[in-house]
Design a protein around this ligand. Structure first.
Ligand code: FES
Ligand SMILES: [Fe+2]
Length: 382
């Protein structure tokens, strides 16, 4: 897949079926999304004991519950009796138990089966064997992460190598994401495959064409090579006349508490496979969550995170800051949608130019994850 085409500086793009074929989408679900830690939303929405959220992960429905002891538990939203879904509300509060509305089996907030009607007639019903199916859950960056694979390693094993490769030690920690508050959230419904959205985020060859606002702030991106194309991110610098990462170019908020003057004019973009993109700028962070809904449909939820004290201050207004990325997102997603339509053509076969060669790293990781190995070796790292 990454072998050279006729011209040595052009590499073959993945064939269109990887973006359009329902069978490959199922493979992605089975091999990647059912086996990886997925960021599913903010953890602080579940602060009170008894609060729950229902989260749909592909074909599975998961309940995440804050127990009386303050611990979070997650389990499949699936009654062990005959499989009724226990909860259809998106969120809410349980009193003491979770009761199935069909035949009234009831479970504790930790998922244990507590009682079933006529239990005395069923000595074979060993309660310990009929608890709700547990789902792995962790909290990190103030977000809740779930993994449907009971055998999966800890979340750290998934994210730490990616952080070490892209950002180096200690950079992400300085942004203190777990302490930030959400100033705004926008949901984008994108008619494109999830992989296209990641690939588009990785390359900056398109920036000069479609992102006039972004390249006004980050002139280095006009070259076609963004920070992500450079191997280890040094961070892209703001343009001389630009003081902050906002549509107007004005610095609208003080820098985040963990940062210093050397961070003041830097932009980092980062992929945390498989479903998170992060943008770090001096006064805020944007966290993108990708939720694949079909071969040609992905929901992207973006949170804009600011320092809580700054947000509590008089006249806090993030509109200018949000506008720059929101415009950029819409430009990106529109381009991904146009590719999605083109990739359905029997004639489609794309190439990657040198500024896009970084995408072959993603291909290699992706193909290995779905059990296909690329024909050639991944791009040599410079
Ligand atoms: S399906 Fe839940 S109690 Fe019967
Ligand atoms: Fe872009």
């Amino acid at each position: 897949m990454t072998s050279m085409t006729g011209a040595a500086n052009l590499l073959a793009a993945l064939p269109g079926r990887y973006y359009t074929d329902p069978a490959i989408f199922e493979l992605d679900e089975r091999q990647i999304f059912r086996r990886s830690w997925l960021c599913v939303g903010r953890a602080d929405a579940l602060s009170e004991p008894g609060r729950y959220r229902r989260i749909e992960l592909g074909e599975e429905s998961v309940l995440v519950v804050r127990g009386r002891d303050g611990e979070l538990s997650a389990f499949l939203n699936l009654c062990r009796h005959r499989g009724a879904q226990l909860c259809s509300e998106e969120s809410g509060s349980f009193s003491r138990t979770i009761r199935c509305a069909y035949h009234s089996w009831s479970y504790g907030l930790d998922g244990r089966l507590l009682a079933a009607p006529n239990m005395r007639d069923m000595p074979d019903l060993v309660r310990a064997d009929y608890g709700l199916h547990p789902v792995r859950a962790e909290q990190w960056l103030g977000y809740l992460w779930l993994n449907l694979d009971p055998e999966a390693q800890q979340l750290a094993a998934q994210v730490e190598p990616q952080l070490a490769e892209r950002l180096g030690d200690g950079v992400l920690e300085r942004y203190g994401i777990e302490r930030l508050g959400v100033a705004a959230t926008i949901d984008y419904s994108v008619a494109a495959n999830w992989k296209s959205i990641i690939e588009n985020f990785m390359e900056c060859y398109h920036c000069a064409s479609i992102h006039p606002e972004l390249t006004a702030a980050l002139p280095q991106f006009r070259s076609g090579y963004g920070t992500i194309s450079d191997g280890m991110a040094a961070g892209a610098s703001f343009a001389e006349h630009v003081d902050g990462f906002s549509l107007s170019g004005r610095a609208t908020h003080p820098r985040l508490p963990g940062l210093g003057p050397s961070d003041d004019r830097l932009f980092y973009g980062l992929v945390l496979r498989p479903n998170v993109l992060l943008i770090l700028v001096p006064d805020h962070v944007a966290l993108y969550r990708l939720e694949p809904l079909g071969p040609g449909h992905t929901r992207v939820t973006v949170d804009w995170l600011f320092d809580r004290d700054t947000m509590a201050g008089d006249g806090f207004d993030a509109t200018d800051a949000i506008a720059l990325l929101d415009i950029t997102n819409r430009q990106d997603f529109d381009a991904c949608e146009r590719c999605q339509r083109g990739m359905r053509s029997a004639a489609y076969s794309g190439v990657l130019v040198p500024a896009e060669h970084v995408i072959t790293d993603f291909y290699a990781q992706y193909l290995a994850a779905i059990g296909e190995h690329p024909a050639g070796s991944p791009r040599e790292r410079g």
